[in-house]
Design a protein around this ligand. Structure first.
Ligand code: SAH
Ligand code: SF4
Ligand code: F3S
Length: 454
């Protein structure tokens, strides 16, 4: 009897394969897609051949991101021919940008759903499966229904993403995001805090607050008021040990927020503060609304409020009109600030952005050369910063067994450095004092010095 039921169960369950591209916002939304489809009877599989439903959650930030999605879609053509019942759905930023066009380039696709239509996924998949119709949902309504879709973290998970706002009003001239995610919308503070309480009750110890521009978070008619107020409320949630956030725009980095780093015990000593360039001419062209000097002043204030804070950033090289002198100013700013880490990109022209109309394009070879110069300088800075931790004892929140060795654990310092050390898997989710023995470019190696909390 049990066997029969078990077999029936197996026969009736459907499988979902999902591939996520892009940023943490997309990672979080994939979790929501999985939760929605699981309620509709789909179980997740990592085997493509087994899938009844394939979801690609896509990114379009640079041309390369775009190409990766189409090449992945190419792999599904044969699967669809072999199994016409298979439903292929494309969501995320590329879906929002291209809409119907995706069917032309990839006729094997059944459903295209944009960044503000995630909540409609189960309905769209069911209809496509039933009728075989090609469906598109790319409206940008003012309310984002999916913002409040909660998910239960899988057992053993230590950290979770929590979306606090979505969309962007900044219109940096190179960036497609405002077109694809619409204008800024903040989630009510009460809803965010409830979600975090539930996560803490489920064993989550670290929350990362997400938004394209978290600094302009606005809690309308609520006591939290602004982003600093929201952080303060979250700091009071029992069970949460660490708070992080991404991404902040330098122009909106308020004094109140800077002070929060010195005041709130759970707020980790790390800020990701994208600067994009060290040249004021380029920053103006990018529509960033600050100068290199203003940026450096804000970093100095952060370092005063919170000595030892880790500052990471994003940089673009080869923006239209960027001369050798402009590039040198970026290098000078790097020397001055000495970032703990840096994500650097060659400028990529995006359709529908203001910068796509700019003349004076920088040749690809020059971009590549500048990127190489910048990256080797950053490697030296990252290593130098990491080396300063040798011999020190760091508070490490254990996340999981290390990928490289089963006897090893992996965790992070409050400044967001990865630490590997030998230890018992039962320490996962606990905070451990680790003495750092050796520093590398991408991680630190240490030994347990003591277990400090719960
Ligand atoms: N909202 C965030 C993240 C934007 S996307 C922010 O404002 O920081 C992440 C990074 O991608 C950006 O910081 C930028 O460095 C890079 N990026 C965005 N558009 C780009 C483009 N057209 N070409 C190259 N890099 C780009
Ligand atoms: Fe894009 Fe600028 Fe908005 Fe970031 S702040 S998402 S780079 S427009
Ligand atoms: Fe990419 Fe959209 Fe994120 S374009 S970086 S997935 S907001």
């Amino acid at each position: 009897m049990i066997n029969t039921l078990g077999q029936l169960d197996q026969l009736s369950s459907k499988y979902l394969y999902i591939h996520t591209f892009g940023c943490q916002m997309n990672d979080r939304e994939s979790e929501q897609m999985i939760a929605l489809m699981s309620a509709a009877g789909y179980e997740r599989t990592s085997r493509l051949q087994k899938a009844d439903l394939i979801i690609l959650n896509t990114c379009s930030i640079r041309q390369k991101a775009d190409q990766k999605v189409y090449s992945e879609l190419g792999r599904f053509r044969e699967l669809k021919e072999a199994n016409p019942e298979l439903v292929i759905a494309v969501g995320g930023c590329l879906a929002q940008q291209r809409g119907h066009e995706i069917f032309k380039k990839a006729p094997q696709v059944d459903v295209v759903f944009g960044t503000r239509n995630i909540h409609r996924l189960p309905e769209l998949v069911a209809e496509a499966a039933k009728t075989g119709a090609k469906l598109v949902a790319t409206s940008l309504p003012e309310r984002i229904e999916s913002l409040s879709i909660a998910t239960v973290p899988p057992p053993g998970r230590v950290g979770a993403y929590v979306t606090i706002m979505q969309g962007c009003n900044n219109f940096c001239s190179y960036c497609v995001v405002p077109n694809l995610r619409g204008r800024e919308i903040s989630r009510p503070a009460g809803e965010i805090v409830s979600e975090i309480r539930a996560l803490a009750a489920n064993g989550i110890r670290e929350v990362t607050l997400l938004g394209q521009n978290v600094n302009s978070y606005e809690a309308k008619d609520e006591a939290a008021g602004d982003f600093a107020g929201l952080l303060q409320e979250i700091d009071g949630v029992e069970g949460v040990e660490r708070i992080r956030f991404t991404t902040s725009h330098p122009k909106d980095l308020s004094e109140r927020l800077i002070d929060s780093f010195g005041r709130l015990t759970k707020l980790c000593e790390h800020i990701h503060l994208p600067v994009q360039s060290g040249s004021d001419f380029v920053l103006r062209g990018m529509n960033r609304n600050y100068t290199a000097e203003i940026y450096a002043t804000k970093v100095a204030a952060l370092r005063r409020a919170c000595p030892g804070i880790s500052v990471t950033s994003d940089m673009i090289v080869g923006f239209p009109g960027e001369s050798d002198e402009d590039f040198q100013k970026t290098i000078d700013l790097m020397e001055k600030i000495r970032f703990d880490n840096l994500f650097s990109f060659a400028y990529s022209e995006r359709e529908g952005t203001k910068a796509a109309t700019f003349k004076d394009r920088v040749p690809e070879v020059v971009k590549r050369e500048r990127l190489r110069t910048l990256q080797s300088l950053q490697e030296a800075h990252t290593l130098e910063k990491n080396k300063r931790f040798e011999g020190k004892v760091e508070e490490v929140l254990v996340e999981a067994a290390s990928k490289k060795s089963s006897a090893d654990l992996m965790g992070r310092t409050r400044t967001n450095r990865i630490v590997n050390f030998t230890g018992d898997g039962r320490l996962t989710g606990k905070t451990v004092s680790v003495r750092i023995k050796e520093a590398f470019l991408h991680s630190l190696r240490g030994e347990i010095d003591g277990v400090t909390a719960c």
